[in-house]
Design a protein around this ligand. Structure first.
Ligand SMILES: [Zn+2]
Length: 120
């Protein structure tokens, strides 16, 4: 995880390896996501990469209907303190506060982070 590599590339390489990577600001300790060059909280460029446990809770969810059927878009609060947009698979109904765990699936040849209900 070289400091010189573009943040999106480090993130994508992590997903390909089954890891959800995020950044933590060394100056103000904010958890940073999406991957970026500067901390959105304090403007520092001193960001370190960390690996998320992949565990979190559903913050909000919306049903989206397309020609292919219905799926959900969910905002998930990861336990490390950042929020990401994703979807929850394998459940009939997504419930706010539901505990979820990361799963990396392939979509159009690219690794994509989705979530499934955490059973533990
Ligand atoms: Zn900061």
């Amino acid at each position: 995880m070289s400091e010189m590599t573009a943040p999106e590339v480090v993130f994508r390489d992590g997903l390909a390896a089954g890891e959800l990577r995020f950044q933590r600001c060394r100056k103000c300790s904010a958890a940073v996501f999406q991957p970026r060059v500067l901390c959105p909280a304090c403007g520092s460029d001193d960001l370190s990469w960390q690996r998320s446990s992949g565990l979190g809770s559903v913050y909000s969810t919306t049903a989206v209907r397309t020609r292919e059927g219905a799926h959900n878009v969910a905002l998930v609060d990861l336990d490390e303190g950042f929020r990401m947009m994703s979807r929850v698979e394998g459940v009939d109904r997504v419930i706010i506060g539901m505990r979820v765990r990361l799963a990396v699936v392939e979509q159009d040849g690219q690794p994509v982070a989705v979530f499934r209900e955490a059973m533990s």
